[in-house]
Write a protein that binds this ligand. Structure first.
Ligand code: GAL
Length: 387
């Protein structure tokens, strides 16, 4: 390079001709690269200048790119229902997101379809199966016109992270299986009064879920599954985490090796704690952390957290991981994902939804750094922060 520089340096033009590729090369090596910054709660435009539309979302990292999947919302109150499908964006740096379109479309033709336009399709998450080479999407599904009664899990598959995903089926998890930590009382007879009951969540159950034996009630037809998430462990095993038993209790369920179904191995935690918006992540020390919310619909509340050495428990609750102003409302957000930054040890980012149910499309995203503190983690507000 030195020899070439001397040879060409007779004219300014030649110097420029040599220097510019050099500068370009340095820039692409990451030297002089501006750190990526985030402004939680602000409008976040995609490459087309449109506010990102991926609510209740999750992040998948694959082959040098991040993919952000979430609920595509439309204007108004109607926008909370699935009128379009699951939107996907891609990014190499977590800041500039390219619109990749609708990864999973709702069914506009057939009103009897499980994913008919107007159903409720929430919290979609995608994982990659190394063995099958397929991308697998799971989501919380409520059948059209039935409110939150169905409490099902939906699953879809694709050859590409951008989709199109093919819907496979929706169903209740673990029909005919007891969790590894079921009590003997669960296997006893269930009172008729509770058999056909329906409850939308916290406050409407007359007693503790174990006293009512909601687990036993749903044993044959499958356990209820509403707010959910996925977690793939270092050994390639994938888990589905969902609010069950009328939202009163969290279940963590091992998926089959192809990630397309429930294996029947699962455990239940936090009975009567009404945790929603579940998230699990794992540190390099092998510590599993859980984050979730209380159960107050679209209104924000104080988050919960827990720690475990084994994903199937026991889990120990740690309390609200948020600190500072607005920590009692999780900074006016509800958890949806905590994901690791690639190539950086123990660097995790929290994503929460700031819901705007009256005009669903306007919902904002709260991205904040997660601070690891040994056997616990903490989250603090930043107006603007850099990676
Ligand atoms: C929240 C839940 C959201 C959505 C909403 C509907 O508690 O986390 O995903 O289901 O209730 O009211």
């Amino acid at each position: 390079m030195n020899i070439a520089f001397r040879f060409f340096s007779k004219t300014g033009e030649s110097v420029f001709a040599i220097l510019s590729p050099l500068l370009l090369m340095l820039a692409s090596c990451g030297i002089n690269k501006e750190p990526v910054s985030f402004t939680p709660g602000e409008i976040w435009n995609d490459n087309k200048g449109v506010h990102i539309n991926a609510h209740g979302g999750g992040i998948l990292y694959h082959n040098g790119n991040y993919f952000w999947y979430g609920q595509h919302m439309i204007e108004g109150d109607e926008g909370n229902k699935a009128m379009v499908g699951v939107h996907v964006y891609s990014s190499a740096n977590l800041s500039n997101w390219e619109d990749r379109g609708i990864a999973l479309k709702v069914d506009e033709e057939n009103d009897d379809s499980d994913i008919a336009k107007g159903c409720i399709l929430e919290r979609p998450k995608v994982i990659y199966n190394e063995k099958t080479g397929k991308f697998v999407m799971w989501f919380h599904l409520e059948l059209k016109g039935q409110g939150y009664y169905a409490a099902r899990s939906g699953v879809a598959i694709s050859d590409s992270p951008e989709g199109p995903f093919q819907f496979i089926r929706s169903f209740r998890p673990n029909a005919g299986f007891w969790p590894v930590n079921a009590g003997e009382y669960h296997k006893k007879q269930v009172a008729d009064s509770i058999k056909a009951s329906y409850c939308g969540g916290k406050g409407c159950l007359p007693a503790h879920p174990d006293t009512l034996n909601l687990l036993g009630r749903d044993f044959a037809k499958g356990q209820m599954a509403r707010d959910m998430n996925l977690f793939v462990d270092d050994d390639g095993k994938a888990y589905h985490i969902y609010s069950s038993e009328e939202n009163s209790t969290t279940h963590i369920s091992l998926l089959t090796d192809d990630y397309l179904s429930f294996s029947g191995t699962y455990a239940r935690f936090f009975a009567d704690r009404y945790m929603e918006a579940p998230v699990i992540f794992k540190t390099s020390q092998g510590v599993y952390f859980f984050m979730g919310s209380d159960c107050t619909g679209w209104n924000p509340n104080a988050a919960r957290s827990a720690v475990a050495k084994n994903i199937l428990g026991p889990w120990t609750e740690l309390g609200n991981p948020c600190f500072g102003a607005d920590s009692l409302t999780t900074f006016n957000s509800q958890s949806t994902c905590i994901f690791p930054v690639q190539g950086e040890k123990d660097r995790f980012i929290y994503i929460g939804d700031r819901w705007t149910p009256d005009n669903a499309i306007d919902g904002r995203y709260i991205w904040l750094p997660v601070e690891l503190k040994g056997e616990r983690f903490e989250i603090r507000w930043h107006d603007k922060w850099k990676l």
